[in-house]
Each structure stands twice: as C-alpha cells, then as structure tokens.
Ligand binder design. Sequence first.
Ligand code: HEM
Length: 504
Amino acid sequence: MHSGSILIIFTLSAILYWIAAATLNYVRYEKTRAEFGCPPLKAYPGWDKILGLDYVYAMLKALKEDRFLQFQTDTYSARGSKVWRANFLGNRMVYSSEPENMKALSTSQKDAFAVEPIRVANGAITPFTGRGVSSSDGEKWQHSRDLVKPYFERAGFANLNRLREHVDRLMSQIPSDSSTVDMQPLFQRWFLDTSTDFLFGETVNSLDHPERGWPQKDMVKVMAGLRLRLQLSSFLFLHRDKEWFAACKRIQGFLSHYIEQAYRQLEEEKKGIPATYKNGEPRDDFLWTVARHVPDPIELRTQLTGVWIPSNETTSILMSNTIYALARNPRVVQKLREAVLEYGDKPLTFEGLRSINYLRWTVNESHRLYPVSLQTVRACIKDTTLPTGGGEDGKAPIFCAKGDIVHCNRYLMHRDPELWGSDTEQFLPERWEKARPMWSFVPFGGGPRICPAHVMVDTECSYAIFRLLQRFKAIEPRDDEPYAAVMRVGPSSKYGCKVAFIPA
Ligand code: HEM
C-alpha cells in the first residue's frame, strides 16, 4: 500500500478513536453525575468539543498578551457562575472560586484529589525533579512532609538575626537621594540570597555580586517551562525547548554543590568535627536538617527541589507587590510608619513583629489583593462531589469525575465583592480589624498541605517592611502603569516596582 494511504488511514483511525473515547467519557460522566444527584455544570461554550482548541487558544492568547488575570475574571463572569467547566486539550477542567470548595478539596475531600497525576505521572516535572513534598501524595508525601516539618517549625521564629544581614544589604542598594529604583529585581536577588542561606546554609550574596544571581534567572526559565509543561498535559511531547533542559541541568549542578558539601560535613561530624558556619555558629539550615536522613544524593536533591520550587518567586513577589501598593497608598505608609516608630528601639523579635497589628494587616491586604499563588490545582482521582456552585442558584453540590482537573481560584475569591464588600478592589489594611475570613482568604492554601513556610514568609516580609519604614518616611510611585501581571510562576508585576524611598 502507498505510504500516503497508510498515513491517511492512520490519521482517520486516530481521529475516530479520539471521538469514540470522548463520547464514551461523556456518556459515563453524565450517567455518574446523575447518580450523584448533581446538576450539570455551566460550560465554556467552545466549538471544539473534542480538544477544546478554541479555549486553549483564548487562554494562550491571554497569557501571551499578559492578560491572564483579566481572562480569569472574564471567563468566570461570562458564565455567571462561580463554578464552571471547560475542555482543555481533551481534559475536563473544573474551575471554582467558592471558598467551601477550596475547603473541601483541601480537607474533608482531600483523599479524592492528588497532585502526582498532574505533576509527576505525566512526566511534566521529571526532567527536573521527582516526587518531593510538593509533587507527591499519600505515604511518600507524608514522609517528605515529616522530613521538612522540623525546619519550618522553627524557621519562622529563629531566622531574624540572619535575616538582618540580608535586609542590611538590601537597604544599602536603595538610593538615599529619593531617586527612582526598581525594587523588583532587588527583591529577587535579596530573596535568592536569603533562600540560599536558609535552605542550603550558604548565601550566594547576589545583592553584592549581581553576576551570582544567575540561579534566580535560570529558575524563572525552569519554572516557566514547568508551568507550560503542566498545562500541556498529554501533549507534553510538543515541549522541546533546549534552553529549558539546559537551565534544569545548570540548577541541578548548582544544588549538587550544596549537597556534596553537606555530605562532606556529615562525614566530618562522624569524626567529631562539628559542622559550623563561618561565624562559628552550628549549622541549622534546611539542607542540614534533612541531609542526615537522606543518604541518596538524587533523593536528597528531589527533597531539596520539593521546597526550592515552591519557594521560587514567592516572598520576593510578595515584597514587590506590597511596596507597589504602599507607594500608591501614602495614607497607609504614614499609619504604618507611626506604628513602626511607636514600637521604638526594642529588640525586633518574632513576637514583637506580630504585635504590630497594622503591619500584619498590611501584609494580609497584600496577600489578599495580589495573591502570589493564583490557584490550588488538583487532579480528581475518584468520582466525588464538592459542596457548592452547581444548579441555577449556584448552591447545589458539583460533580467531579475521576480524571477531572479542579482549579480553586484564590485571586477571584480574594476580590469577590460578595465576600469582601463593595470596596474589595481597594488596598485597605483597616478591613482586617474586623475581617475574620476562613476559607475565603487562603494565600497559603489550607489543610494538611498548607504552605509549611507561611510563618517564615510573613515574618520575613514584616521584618523587611519594618526596617524600610524605620529609615524612610514615604514611598513614591515612579511610574504611571496600572498593575499588570505577567505569568511566570504566579503573577508578577509586568512593569516591575519603580518607586522612590524618601529618607526620614
Ligand atoms: C509569598 C510566599 C508564599 C506563598 C503565597 C506560598 C503559597 C503556597 C501555596 C498556596 C501552597 C499550596 C498549598 C496547597 O496545596 O494547599 C504552597 C505550598 C508549598 N510551599 Fe509555599 N508559598 C510561599 C512561599 C514559600 C517558601 C518561601 C517556601 C520554602 C522556603 C515554600 C514552600 C512550600 C512547600 C514545600 C509547599 C508544598 C507543601 C505540600 O504540598 O505539602 N513556600 N505554598
């Protein structure tokens, strides 16, 4: 037979197979949904019922044009519902901005949902890492979580002294003549420095040596590729970006350097030589806490990346967003500075920082309006329901079928006027005097998988803001751009954070 004919027969068979599989899937879905007694979900009105290419195109276009946040808002409001579904490359996506669904998915229904199928099983992250705390489920996850827990339980409280050195370096880079500075790249280097210090035991000190900031740049590349690969799902084979694979290799080498050093020091410890930092203090960083329990270097690298991946572009973006918002809200800066000055010269401790209500409210308000992590995404691994969002009134339980991918959107939840009132778009720390949100405010997720670093993150952010407002009396915006997000890991400000700090 002619090779052209074989190709045609093969293509037609593949198409028929796809159609048959999609039809069967649909019939099975509708039957089980009815058995669970759930009304149909509102759906994205795409013309391509098999692959959902029109929806894929609309999303990719929004990403390319840096309109992804607006795209989220628009697609939800066009459905007139806080829960709806869409076909994305043949996978059913369920989208929700209902706090009750976030709660059930993270707690009571958590066993019906998993991360491995969307992160590891399809090979999305495996060229870079394996099953660590943020990419595994079940026993493997529990084991990894137990490994990382001891470090984070004390890190939030214990690291203030070491943080001081990094904030000193950050402040030394800020012009004291009220000239313009883009804080975004400075926060990125600052956070690389603190992360490498706290997680690996030795800072790269990229604030003093910008050329050492390459791991942060490589990680942006790695994370952008990871996000794309996670979205491509069954079409992963289309991702062939050589630069991405090279960046993964460079970061693996970067981590291996720290790992080898930790193993060397463990060997020395056995000979009675204690592991210390240059200043003579005993080692107590994350790698050191974990290394003695993980003798295999590849497994140790996986455990390390399990924490290094979700820590990338997080606190730095939180800081950048907070300064962006403060620069546009001089009244808040003034109140915040009054609170900082009122604290006086007492030693700056974890408890001391927590006691400054207005500072805590300001950090919360930044998390609320500009959540660093947009959505909690899980694969449904057995047919189940989530509590709400279905039916005409949006109150009926919704059906989630095995294989569905559920997205709980915190960006929309955090800005929902029904939950926060008509002033929801305003940066208003005062709202936290009365606000007692439960699952409508979850910047760090919730339940057993809550971000283990949440205390550490808020402490670092509060500490840095405190120090800045001790020294500067005002922050001025130095561009007129509205907040626009470019999607890298999460959303980060497209135009950076150009401001001026006015010395007191
Ligand atoms: C602004 C800063 C940060 C935010 C908003 C944030 C938010 C989150 C969120 C929403 C999750 C998912 C929770 C869930 O699935 O329910 C998460 C998980 C995680 N985060 Fe963070 N994070 C931040 C910084 C960090 C940092 C600095 C680290 C490490 C040093 C870190 C380590 C982790 C880890 C290891 C997980 C996985 C936990 C698990 O699956 O058990 N995060 N984070």
